[in-house]
Design a protein around this ligand. Structure first.
Ligand SMILES: [Zn+2]
Length: 428
């Protein structure tokens, strides 16, 4: 009898041991997202999905614990990309895919792209526009643990005006009947804008994106012209506030940026033709700037090949693509608050971390660029009680690289360790 009890206790203990096994990470260098300096030779312990200990030196793992040896590398908080499109990826086939792909194809693509994003070290993303509805569904699936991927804050369809950057039938022959619902995001009055925000709430969006100006990759002539009135933008924002949504404004042109900032948007995306007055307004209103340098670089590169884009897109890609890097440097130096965002889905999913290098090239110190992808967006998204920094009690959303990103920022493009939801998705 005694022996049976002993064996039962041993089995129970073993099972408990397995269930509660800790992940013990030896970090040659630790960047916690908060401190101005990295600390060297630290042990971080994750148990039950949470960081339970951070200690100087390398603690020996207990039997059954998993050791992650990053003693030659750097441990960082999981990265946050504040501007992605998980349900699409630009290519020469983009235009034809508007007619050949179904929403279910987009949904399956989104699962693949989300996985690539996670393995590149991004444990949270803000998805700023998906016409298929796939990303809202994917956000539910990932956030409930059914599918691996970064935590997703989804905007659903971007809201814009007729003929504008978010009009899904732009450039179509009038002979083609639009299929499905194209109305809920195309608004031409404050009332329609209010209805669109409420519809997004109903569909499960968690944030709102508006197209305040034209865009580069839509079949329209003017990439920078304003496309929403002051009253329409204000109606979106007032309604969004009722539901606790933040509002992001896609805006290239100066007038569109100013309208959006004055109306109170939370972030300006791209911001290509930010002038001194717009910079001043953004500082006064505390508006965040998400430069999307990766997308700018990508469209500019592709514009050099005369066969890549439709003719209406190529001059916009060439001009706007070249301008953003310059604008970013100017805005950062002037003191505008910057958040890391790539517009991935323009550039390829999984290449997100290339943005760090472009930010540093634009004049941002490496530690600031890292904060723009960790603590800063975590606070913006209201997730700073859970993620964005490495501290006891936060979730174990962690990324590791070989080498020192403060000396060579490009090492962040080669992530060797990714942990989220108490699961090690990539190990060195
Ligand atoms: Zn975008």
């Amino acid at each position: 009898m005694k022996r049976v009890l002993f064996a039962a206790a041993w089995v129970t203990g073993l099972l408990a041991g397995v269930a509660q096994a800790a992940t013990v990470i030896h970090a040659g260098q630790l960047i916690d997202g908060v401190s101005q300096k990295a600390s060297s030779r630290q042990t971080v312990v994750v148990e039950g999905g949470k960081i339970v200990a951070i200690e100087p030196g390398f603690r020996k793992p207990a039997p059954g614990d998993r050791l992650i040896d990053l003693s030659d590398g750097t441990l960082l908080p999981g990265f946050i990309d504040s501007h992605v499109h998980l349900a699409s990826e630009q290519s020469r086939r983009t235009e034809i895919e508007r007619y050949t792909l179904n929403d279910v194809d987009r949904a399956i693509d989104a699962v693949v792209f989300a996985n690539r994003t996670l393995l590149a070290g991004f444990t949270t993303v803000r998805d700023l526009g998906d016409g298929s509805g796939a990303v809202i569904a994917l956000a539910r699936a990932v956030n409930s643990g059914k599918v691996p991927g970064p935590r997703i804050i989804a905007a659903g369809k971007a809201i814009g005006s007729t003929g504008g950057h978010a009009d899904p039938t732009n450039g179509w022959s009038s002979a083609i009947e639009p299929v499905g619902d194209t109305e809920n995001a195309v608004v031409d009055s404050p009332d329609a804008a209010r209805k669109a925000v409420r519809q997004h709430y109903k569909e499960g969006a968690q944030t709102i994106k508006i197209m305040a100006s034209g865009g580069v990759l839509s079949l329209e002539t003017h990439g920078a012209a304003p496309q929403m009135t002051d009253a329409e933008i204000r109606a979106v924002i007032e309604t969004a506030r009722d539901y606790g949504f933040k509002v992001a404004a896609h805006a290239h042109g100066t007038e569109a940026i100013k309208r959006a900032v004055r109306a109170g948007v939370d972030s300006v995306e791209h911001g290509t033709y930010l002038d001194d007055e717009a910079i001043k307004l953004m500082k006064e209103h505390g508006t965040f700037y998400v430069p999307t340098l990766s997308a700018a670089r990508w469209v500019h590169d592709k514009a050099q090949d005369p066969t890549f884009f439709p003719e209406v897109i190529r001059p916009k890609a060439n001009e706007i693509g070249a301008q953003i890097q310059h604008t970013f440097g100017k805005a950062y130096k002037a003191g505008v608050k910057v958040m890391f965002g790539t517009d991935t889905g323009v550039s390829s999913h999984g290449d997100n971390a290339g943005e760090f290098r472009l930010m540093v090239e634009g004049g941002m110190p490496p530690m600031e660029a890292i904060k723009a992808a960790t603590t800063v967006p975590a606070k913006f998204l209201g997730l700073d009680d859970r993620t964005g920094s490495i501290a006891v009690g936060k979730l174990g959303e962690l990324v590791g690289v070989h080498g020192d990103p403060l000396k060579d920022i490009s090492v962040l493009e080669h992530v060797v360790f990714v942990m989220k939801d108490d699961t090690v998705y990539k190990a060195p």
